[in-house]
Design a protein around this ligand. Structure first.
Ligand code: PMP
Length: 363
């Protein structure tokens, strides 16, 4: 098999070691002569898988005792829809920060249920910065404040903790497990699995128990955080394989030294790529340095006519899925936890060669 690097934004690269274990479990799980994916989610063998994943995620993320961890479905999209459904009434005010496309989608979803106060927005700049906290107009009557920690499309991250009197809800889909986070600063965190957690189909929700108590009861059970919590995230059939694989990814990360250690690697990878982009006159990244994501690195070529040639040549070199999101164009390299340092070195080397051959300049 030829060597490739995968820079996809999600579903994305996962640790190779995890695949090796997973392929065994697909053929014959726990010597049952049955595949993991054909056993009941209520069987003893699967309950063990589930409990292990639940306890590993608490360990790897250092989740405080007074928080519940839910393994749900429907992706992050269902979560930014469920949040207002669970916590608002028609007359409620909720506050949202608008720092990118995912913030905007969450705002749109919440607007169907409650009155949304956008505390600040960087939309007019095409989301190249996070508005300073002094500019935020948070309505003190808000039920909660919502923001997206890492905007996957714009490559914009809000990494500083937020101090807030109002419950804080955060979409960490594309940055969970990539850097240390103090969950005490949040009341509810959600993250689709298909970046640093595992395969698509699973969504992690970390919720403060006091906040959970405030959730509405008069909504469908399947969308209710309370009901899902009471049922141990097993109200209905869960995505068993995704849950199993997530457990393996948590174990892999713990073995590597946990989030603290992967954060150092992630920062090193991102620095290499951003330093190269900043030193070149052919490539550029529009985001303010302070707010650059260490997971998703969008970049533009000086001449957009070169985009298709860049992608074609990258693909020949085995550098895959570098095309930027259709809403912003250009390129994007997603460099998640499982991306080896070598993948960033190879990308930088290719970018440098491409610049030289296209412009006749470059290092
Ligand atoms: N929020 C963020 C930050 C995302 O990156 C994504 C998907 N890439 C979503 C929400 C939506 O996730 P899903 O497709 O799992 O609904």
């Amino acid at each position: 098999m030829r060597k490739v690097h995968n820079y996809s934004a999600g579903p994305c690269i996962l640790p190779q070691q995890v695949f090796e274990q997973a392929s065994k479990s697909i053929e014959n799980f726990n010597d049952l002569n049955l595949s993991l994916i054909e056993i009941s989610h209520r069987s003893k063998d699967f309950i063990e898988v589930m409990e292990e994943a639940r306890s590993l995620v608490k360990e790897v993320l250092n989740v405080p005792e007074n928080y519940d961890v839910l393994f749900l479905q429907g992706g992050a999209t269902l979560q930014f829809t469920s949040v207002p459904l669970n916590f608002t009434k028609k007359s409620s005010i909720v506050s949202y920060l608008n720092t990118g496309l995912w913030s905007k989608k969450a705002i749109k979803a919440a607007s169907k249920y409650a009155s949304v106060n956008v505390v600040a927005s960087s939309e007019e700049s095409n989301y190249t910065y996070v508005p300073s906290t002094q500019e935020w107009r948070v309505d003190s009557d808000s039920i909660y404040f919502h923001y997206v920690m890492n905007e996957t499309i714009q490559g914009l991250a809000m990494r500083d903790p937020i101090s807030s009197e109002i419950p804080v809800i955060c979409d960490m889909s594309s940055c969970i497990l990539s850097e240390e986070v103090d969950f005490h600063n949040f009341d509810l965190v959600y993250a689709g699995a298909q970046k640093n957690i595992g395969p698509a189909g699973l969504t992690l929700v970390i919720i403060k128990k006091d906040f959970l108590e405030k959730a509405n009861e008069d909504i469908p059970d399947i969308l209710s955080y309370k009901k899902n919590s009471q049922a141990g995230s097993m109200l209905n059939t869960p995505p068993t394989f995704a849950w199993y694989l997530a457990g393996k990814v948590f174990k892999w990360l713990l073995k590597k030294g946990g989030v603290k250690s992967i954060q150092k690697e992630n920062e090193k990878k991102a620095k290499l790529l951003y330093d190269f982009i900043d030193s070149s006159s052919f490539y550029s990244n529009p985001v303010d340095k302070e707010y650059r994501s260490i997971m998703n690195v969008p970049f533009l070529l000086d001449n957009e006519n070169a985009d298709s040639l860049f992608l074609e040549k990258a693909e020949i070199k085995g550098l895959l899925n570098l095309q930027g999101h259709r809403s912003v164009g250009g390129m994007r390299a997603s460099i998640y936890n499982a991306t080896p340092f070598e993948a960033v070195e190879d990308l930088v080397s290719f970018m440098s060669d491409f610049e030289r051959s296209y412009t006749g300049n470059g290092k």
